[in-house]
Write a protein that binds this ligand. Structure first.
Ligand SMILES: Cc1cc2nc3c(=O)[nH]c(=O)nc-3n(C[C@H](O)[C@H](O)[C@H](O)COP(=O)(O)OP(=O)(O)OC[C@H]3O[C@@H](n4cnc5c(N)ncnc54)[C@H](O)[C@@H]3O)c2cc1C
Ligand code: FES
Length: 314
């Protein structure tokens, strides 16, 4: 698996909204941000200001697409709270302050490597762009998109053609927890069969974007089916206050896969991620901090772990 060593820094632009339309439960926005559109790669995100709303923090959104010729970025917004409600209500001609592209893009496999791309809810947003890059590189690509119910799905033509994997990936599997569309169950219920089918062509590359419990399950399932050497690339959607590496609110415990002697470090998901190698994440400490909305605890053996309460601590 080849990995990009660097990627261009983000830029701030006053991005005019070119179009805004509903896509299922979400809003698809096209933003004119020519410099970011020139630099962006699949897996990166944009931090969007909320104008004169009084909300200081930018809201992070995965890049659904970037068109360097049109000079546009595309995002899909789920109106979850005050900031995203405001963004979802934008109309053509409005202006959004954007910082993009941010974060580490999806590393690409050797040309021709079979791949599965998996999205939960709006986590499917970056997948069609990624799938197009993979198929251009000669990969057979299978998409799996799922959600709790049909109204939260994205990435399937059953919801919307323009944001779907259909026609880009070689096959698309849809799941819903309640069985309201596609196969009843979770994306990981469909994953073993897809992995086994793709394995006939070579060791598949596994890409996923969605909530942390789904990413964890994708990682576990992939290892169960393909063995411990299987590689997963997971795009996390941790809460990000600044999005540019300043505030440390997005840190995750990460091990150095090349050096067993290097202790766990708390890395910023906005700059070291949002795409992580699934093997590098310390799953035992992730989702273990309910007071941080399911955020990660600092493992006792991590660099800089607090010593309060431990023998000999202060
Ligand atoms: C890389 C990435 C990609 C994403 N992609 C998408 C996408 O494509 N579409 C989409 O709809 N949503 C996406 N999200 C989620 C989206 O950023 C959040 O839903 C949004 O920021 C919530 O803002 P709000 O004002 O609506 O809600 P609120 O929950 O009120 O959030 C308020 C703000 O505070 C921050 N915040 C809250 N709690 C914490 C905390 N404990 N630590 C740090 N910061 C905190 C939030 O990040 C947000 O900026 C993504 C998030 C990330 C990190
Ligand atoms: S969101 Fe501030 S450091 Fe990552």
């Amino acid at each position: 698996m080849s990995s990009p060593v660097s990627w261009p820094a983000g830029v701030q632009e006053a991005a005019e909204v070119v179009s805004a339309r509903p896509v299922g439960a979400y809003t698809h926005l096209v933003l004119r941000a020519p410099e970011a559109a020139r630099r962006a790669q699949p897996g990166q995100f944009v931090a969007c200001g909320t104008g004169d709303s009084g909300m200081l923090l930018r809201r992070s959104l995965s890049l659904h697409a970037a068109d360097p010729e049109a000079g546009t970025l595309e995002v899909v917004v789920a109106a979850a709270g005050p900031g995203t409600r405001l963004l979802a209500a934008k109309r053509p001609g409005d202006v959004v302050s954007t910082t993009a592209p941010l974060g580490r893009p999806f590393p690409l496999p050797a040309p021709g490597t079979p791949a599965v791309v998996i999205g939960g809810g709006y986590g499917a947003a970056p997948l069609p762009w990624l799938a197009r890059v993979l198929t251009t590189g000669g990969s057979r690509v299978v998409g799996i998109v799922g959600a709790a119910s049909a109204d939260r799905l994205l990435g399937t033509s059953a919801v919307d053609d323009a944001t779907a994997l259909d026609g880009i990936a070689d096959a698309v599997v849809v799941t819903t927890d309640d069985g309201s569309l596609g196969a009843p169950g979770r994306v990981t219920d469909a994953l073993p069969e897809v992995l086994l089918e793709l394995s006939e062509l070579g060791e598949p590359a596994v890409y996923a974007c969605g909530p942390m419990p789904m990413l964890r399950s994708v990682h576990t399932t992939t290892r169960e089916v393909l063995g411990e050497r299987a590689q997963t690339w997971l795009a996390v959607e941790e809460s990000m206050a600044c999005g540019v590496g300043v505030c440390m609110t997005c840190v995750l415990p990460v091990v150095d896969l090349d050096d067993d002697d290097t202790p766990t470090r708390m890395l910023r998901a906005c700059t070291a991620g949002p795409v992580f190698d699934g093997d590098a994440l310390r799953w035992d400490a992730i989702g273990a901090a309910p007071h941080l909305r399911g955020g990660a605890l600092v493992p006792d053996d991590a660099v800089g772990a607090p010593v309060v309460g431990r023998a000999g601590g202060h």
